[in-house]
Design a binder for this molecule. Structure first.
Ligand code: FEO
Length: 396
């Protein structure tokens, strides 16, 4: 499959409808994904990125239907990660001398992945490549968005920003453009992608967008490397990134817990009742960490101003699903969010103290000592939990 994006630019990527996890099992892809590669045809022929290795042969076969590979003048590798560089080894076997334009970190990382010394041409922000017809490609390094080697490429004339991972979504769709797909699905996949992948780099996102804006480039399309192409009001996603990068939060409190015999679940529900009793406008969402999707939970925490985490005590510790979410939170580095802990226990009762420590490690502002209930909370115990919820909501 291929399709014309403009007269000069053809999409030559792969839609991966089957994909349900990415980065191993680190990122769920409920709606599949795509690996977008683009072929520019004109006085010079340029391939921008490739696809993940399992689709390399299919990619090369399809590419040959678009162009004689020997007619490709340049390859642009915006990012060395294998989902975009995976077909390079096969491609370079066919056209061994083709210049591969990438950042210096890109060359290092491609060498470290494939152990080949290809014809790398290292570029920096502001470097250009003449592609004929008075047009050129302008390179923009995007270090740590999200790898040290990441870069974007802007094509003059067509005014397309090939942004690679930035502004993408893990979202398979044959509709290809932002204005044609279901807007709720698109928003959900875009915010999930930002929350889980880009939050750690939010300060760099702001700086990079401000730097790109200084170039005063007209952007008619943002052609990402995953998901749809932004063509209708393409800068809307840039504006969203600026909003999301500034310690984004909505009027939401998320409660994440794990429970052995439902006591901690009852505590979670009583806390939620307490919150709603004094603030009807706040959205409260509950997730059992052992049952809900971890990346959906992270997305909801990203949207929240407050987080409550609960776990029964087991083996003097916390339950593993809750521990997994807390590890993810620490790595992601959320800012400006308040938190508290709760949990049931039978004898030693360590869970709440452990949760408090883990939340502080994750840079959450823990606003009280938490609440623990012995075995199965009775009417008074549940009332204490409701009061705990009221107190939490008042302190946000
Ligand atoms: Fe889509 Fe960082 O690779």
């Amino acid at each position: 499959m291929s399709f014309k994006v403009t007269d000069k630019v053809t999409w030559v990527g792969k839609i991966d409808w089957e994909l349900r996890s990415f980065h191993g099992e680190e990122y769920s892809t409920h709606r599949g994904s795509s690996y977008n590669a683009y072929l520019i045809k004109g006085e010079k022929n340029i391939l921008i990125d490739t696809v993940w290795q399992p689709f390399a042969e299919e990619f090369i076969t399809n590419l040959k239907k678009e162009i004689d590979l020997n007619d490709i003048d340049y390859v642009i590798s915006n990012h060395a990660e294998v989902d975009h560089s995976g077909a390079l080894p096969l491609l370079v076997k066919e056209i061994p001398n083709v210049p591969i334009y990438c950042t210096s970190n890109g060359a290092k990382n491609l060498k470290a992945h494939y152990h080949e010394d290809w014809n790398f041409v290292e570029v920096k922000t502001g470097d250009t490549l003449d592609i004929g017809g008075g047009e050129k490609l302008i390179f923009i390094e995007a270090r740590m968005l999200h790898w040290p080697d990441s870069m974007m490429t802007y094509m003059t004339g067509e005014n397309i920003l090939f942004s690679n991972d930035a502004f993408g979504q893990h979202y398979a769709s044959d509709l290809m453009y932002n204005d044609l797909v279901d807007q709720a699905e698109l928003y959900q996949e875009a915010i999930k992608y930002y929350a889980n992948i880009l939050t750690p780099f939010s300060p760099l996102v702001i700086k990079k967008i401000e730097e790109i804006l200084k170039f005063n480039l007209t952007v008619d399309m943002i052609a990402t490397s995953h998901g749809i192409i932004w063509r209708d009001n393409p800068t809307q996603i840039i504006e969203k990134y600026m909003e999301w990068a500034k310690n984004y939060q909505e009027n939401q409190i998320t409660i994440v817990y794990d429970t052995m015999w439902n006591a901690t679940r009852k505590m979670a529900e009583a806390i939620a009742e307490g919150i709603k009793s004094i603030d009807k406008g706040v959205t409260v969402k509950l997730f059992n960490a052992a049952h809900a999707d971890k990346n959906d939970i992270i997305t909801e925490i990203f949207k929240s101003k407050g987080l409550l985490v609960g776990s029964s005590t087991v083996n003097k510790s916390i339950m593993h699903a809750t521990g997994g979410i807390l590890d993810m939170i620490r790595g992601i580095g959320f800012k400006n969010k308040k938190a508290a802990a709760f949990g049931s226990y039978g004898w030693s009762g360590e869970s709440v103290d452990i949760l408090n420590g883990r939340l502080k490690d994750g840079k959450f502002e823990v606003i009280n000592d938490g609440i623990k209930e012995l075995w199965n909370p009775d009417k008074d115990g549940l009332e204490r939990c409701r009061e705990f919820g009221i107190d939490f909501a008042k302190k946000l």
